[in-house]
Write a protein that binds this ligand. Sequence first.
Ligand code: ADP
Ligand code: MG
Length: 245
Amino acid sequence: MTTPHAIDVRNLHKSFGDNHVLKGIDFTIDPGQVVCVIGPSGSGKSTLLRCVNMLERPTEGKVFVEGVELTDPDVDIDAVRRRIGMVFQQFNLFPHMTALQNVMISQQRVLKRSKKEAEIIARENLDKVGVGAKCAARPAELSGGQQQRVAIARALAMNPDLMLFDEPTSALDPELVGDVLMVMRKLAEEGMTMMVVTHEMGFAREVADRVVFMDGGVIVEEGTPAQVIGDPQHERTRAFLRRVL
Ligand code: ADP
Ligand code: MG
């Protein structure tokens, strides 16, 4: 038996009312691959990411994660979603909880880990992303970069097989972007499967195995960073890159 793709999206369409946002997306990510999705605002990048873990229901098409069809009405979505970590632009930490509690809560509630085990795993992951010294701090006492790293630790503590990132550095002050990208780079080097929506072309160039350029709800082109960023074939890609580079 061949290993299934980590993510396999086939002819994916998504409409919100009359707004046909995704117009037939096909792509795959293999285990251990890092794919960066780039494209102008409003092109459907977030919607695509949200369809991969069914935060949005596709209007048409199929989504498979590790060979399991999420668009099958009988599938246990929660069981599959547990294998997928998600990191958003807005960190979505609980403001009244400490960093440590933020990383413990889903482990206890969803994975039913004991408090002691959840705490050990939370500390390991906070250390890993470089905020181990901030366990007792609440989100308001942390910089944006520290908050985003706590959010990454929270996702990692659930032992995901793959991670989805939606513009994880877009809400950060420029001087804090590097710390978060460094954590993501380390994860990539460790072999994590990652789908990253980003405007950080340096990161995409250096870390991505593949870059996907979306515009108007379709994939306009995809390939290696050298192909898509270094030698784009489509005028729409060139126009976008001129604006962001
Ligand atoms: P991107 O992430 O590339 O900026 P989005 O996927 O956020 O693009 O949005 C693409 C289009 O889908 C936009 O026109 C947006 O208004 C619309 N859209 C996204 N989410 C929703 C929603 N929950 N309800 C209605 N329209 C939405
Ligand atoms: Mg978006």
